[in-house]
Design a protein around this ligand. Structure first.
Ligand SMILES: *Cc1c(COP(=O)(O)O)cnc(C)c1O
Length: 355
């Protein structure tokens, strides 16, 4: 049997979603976040589809190299910056911007002798406590960067929200206030908003918005789906029915016998499992679309198979197409049933290297 599992990436949907982001934040440039293999969607095809983005955000140099390898000249921002001086020449060769978030980086920048000065984004930790300088030190750091011969002044000013997807807005309002206080009287373009910030905090759109999830068609907000914001799903994960059985009431399905047929009924076996990136923690009842009909996961997910309750679609046939998420079945729903977020589902597919 050839592997029945396939990933379809709708590049028109990527373009559409970028357009939607521009409608949502009409006065901002778009730094399209394409780290982690474009959230599992395939980096090169994603950046080609998003070639009108104002810049791309990546986590590491390897990703920047792939973008330049695709002959794209958009600015690229290395979101995690650099750790060693040797990387700086590669960064110049790839014409990347860097995020500067810690003292060790400043010391390297002040000591080295670069052929051209770098464009830097000064990262401010306004409450996320992951990367960045504390607000009280920002003016001092800003001056050091402006005085450094290896830096093109002025640095851009950037922060990241920890809770912008929360309906409790207090923490984000506090981060916004911390940011504004930290950058008082400083020149340079500003960037705060991730996808959730774009949707919920328009006052944070500033010069650059940094959407990830929205570009891939998903909503970062709880109990929400991308379609509610005019977004289209980009990734559709499909497989096929590889067996159909009629079982008697009480028959137990799969490992651990965690699900029992409540009546005499049909069970379909689908050729996809956690080895393909489908979440093993998806619970009984997780929606699965069989030939366009909404059915439900039954029993534990195996490595390369899962079972579906076919009572909602008795006419299922061998070879029927099954959609696990994407077109017609929002990934947000599946993520909820698996106690995770769509980002993890998408990246899990990437790890298997099928795209
Ligand atoms: C990943 C990332 C984003 C994008 O986040 P989404 O929630 O996917 O929009 C924005 N900014 C930074 C610094 C990031 O690391």
């Amino acid at each position: 049997m050839t592997c029945p599992t396939q990933i379809h990436i709708n590049t028109d949907a990527l373009k559409h979603n970028l357009k939607r982001v521009r409608e949502l934040a009409p006065n901002s440039k778009v730094l399209a976040m394409v780290k982690a293999n474009a959230y599992g969607h395939g980096l090169v095809r994603t950046v080609k589809a998003l070639r009108t983005a104002d810049a791309f955000g990546v986590a590491c140099l390897e990703e920047a190299m792939m973008i330049r390898g695709a002959a794209l000249t958009n600015p690229i921002v290395l979101m995690s910056g650099f750790n060693i001086a040797e990387d700086l020449l590669k960064i110049i060769a790839l014409n990347c911007d860097i995020v500067v978030h810690c003292y060790a980086q400043i010391e390297i920048l002040e000591k080295c002798n670069l052929p051209t000065p770098l464009r830097v984004w000064l990262k401010i930790d306004t409450g996320m406590h992951r990367l960045g300088f504390v607000p009280a030190e920002v003016h001092k750091i800003y001056s050091r960067l402006c005085a450094c011969k290896n830096v093109q002044p002025p640095p851009k000013l950037i922060t990241h929200f920890a809770n912008a997807d929360s309906l409790e807005e207090h923490a984000t309002l506090q981060q916004i206030e911390n940011f504004n206080r930290a950058i008082t009287n400083l020149h340079g373009e500003k960037s705060l908003a991730n996808s959730a910030g774009i949707l919920l905090f328009p006052q944070t759109h500033a010069d650059w918005v940094r959407p990830g999830g929205l570009l891939y068609g998903v909503s970062p907000l709880p109990n929400d789906i991308g379609a509610n914001h005019g977004l289209q799903p980009v990734m559709t994960l499909t497989s096929k029915i590889i067996a159909i059985h009629a079982y008697a009431k009480g028959a137990a399905i799969g490992y651990g016998s965690t699900w029992k047929c409540p009546e005499n009924m049909l069970i379909g076996i689908v050729g996809i499992g956690y080895g393909d990136g489908y979440p093993r923690h998806a619970k009984n009842g997780t929606p699965v679309l069989v030939n366009g009909h909404l059915c439900a996961l039954a029993g534990r997910v195996s490595m390369d198979m899962l079972a579906v309750d076919l009572r909602a679609y008795n006419n299922a046939k061998l070879g029927d197409e099954v959609i696990l998420w994407g077109k017609g079945l929002a990934a947000e729903h599946v993520a909820n049933w698996a106690d995770t977020i769509t980002y993890e589902l998408f990246c899990g597919i990437a790890r298997r290297g099928q795209n």
